[in-house]
Design a protein around this ligand. Structure first.
Ligand code: SF4
Length: 360
């Protein structure tokens, strides 16, 4: 039986139930979810499904990430709410490709973990599945594992197995609406020009869940714990002298400016730190930055495109301002500029939750 899989939270419980109910069937998982955005999130969900299938002894196939085709399918439905017409098309597309995969592989039966999703009407899936059966001869197995406390059992399994729990359905349109309603920054869509892995980003989680799989392969005990913290994202930073002269500038992580723009002059210097007369802004030269970060950047442009890790930059910040929770704008420049300066800095701090992998 081919089992279309959407995510580990839905599939682990679902596959366990199928194994019990159909012990004679050889189950093959099929991960086909081009709706998931961004691609790093797709990889993360696939990674956790790989882990889950490995644990359950189930072969897993990966479908094509044909994102453009998926976009074409939902065109015109971008503004539809969740559970609306876009979701119908999204479910049907994933179902259809999976049913054709079952046909291609010569499977006699197929099903989908979408059946445990509260977003989808089981009756409608069954209708589509039965129509496919009539036409192509692949039987659709419409199990109902949500009933009789199934939803609670699924939550228990998710917790026990420490599965990756995504907090949005999958597509960019649903994510955008969800974050707007929550009045939350859509930090999933950040892709820094310096390729830095940001705190609590998808990339950071992907690295952590990959490490977790290594721990499991080596038989190392571990625990994933969650922690609240103050997160930070920087949208842009520009520095100009006078009206038009642009100066390459790099603002350290956790630099914030309440009105996003400040004008002033550098007034004095203490121990290689240069103080502007507005908004507590400080400047350091790249030479000083290199000393503190033990780096060897040749110019600020190079630093902008290849900035060291977030952790190194926090260490640099702490060497300049000893206070914890400091949000002072600290700007790195090649040489300290004179005259009237305008700093534009768009950045946001916000409460967030982070997962840690602890080796026991
Ligand atoms: S919200 Fe979920 S089900 Fe609906 S279109 Fe987006 S990914 Fe598909």
């Amino acid at each position: 039986m081919l089992v279309h899989i959407c995510c580990s939270v839905d599939s682990h419980f679902f596959l366990e139930k199928l194994q019990k109910e159909f012990p004679e069937e050889k189950l093959t998982g099929f991960f086909y979810d081009p709706n998931i955005h961004p691609y790093s999130e797709y990889r993360l969900r696939y990674l956790d499904v790989q882990r889950s299938c490995k644990k359950l002894g189930i072969d897993l196939l990966e479908g094509e990430y044909d994102f453009e085709n998926w976009l074409d399918a939902v065109r015109g439905l971008e503004k539809e709410p969740e559970k609306g017409a876009r979701c119908e098309v999204c479910f049907d597309k994933r179902f259809d490709v999976s049913a054709h995969k079952a046909l291609e592989l010569g499977e006699k039966k197929m099903t989908t973990t979408l059946l445990v999703s509260p977003l989808k009407s089981q009756e409608q899936l069954k209708r589509v599945g039965d129509a496919f059966h009539k036409k192509h001869g692949v039987e659709f197995i419409a199990v109902d594992y949500r009933a009789d406390g199934g939803t609670q059992d699924q939550s228990r399994v998710t917790k026990e197995e420490q599965l990756y729990r995504q907090d949005y359905c999958g597509c960019i349109f649903g994510l955008t609406m969800q974050r707007e309603q929550q009045d939350r920054l859509m930090d999933e869509m950040f892709s820094p020009i310096n390729n830095r892995t940001l705190p609590a980003s998808i990339e950071e989680r992907l690295a952590m869940y990959t490490k977790r799989m290594e721990f499991e392969d080596e038989g190392k005990p571990y625990r994933i714990v969650r922690q609240k913290f103050l997160n930070y994202r920087q949208f842009s930073c520009t520095l100009t002298k006078g009206k038009t002269t642009s100066i390459p500038a790099h603002a350290l992580a956790y630099s914030t400016l309440s009105r996003k723009r400040a004008q002033g002059k550098i007034e004095y210097s203490i121990d290689n730190v240069h103080y502007m007369n507005r908004d507590e802004i400080r400047f350091i030269t790249l030479e000083h930055y290199n000393r503190l970060a033990e780096s060897s950047f040749e110019n600020v442009r190079e630093l902008i495109f290849n900035a060291p890790t977030f952790e190194i930059e926090l260490m640099v910040r702490q060497k300049i301002v000893a206070l914890p929770y400091d949000l002072t704008p600290i700007v790195v420049v090649d040489t300290i500029p004179e005259g009237k300066l305008t700093l534009s800095l768009d950045a946001k701090t916000y409460e967030d939750t982070k997962e840690y992998l602890i080796s026991l």
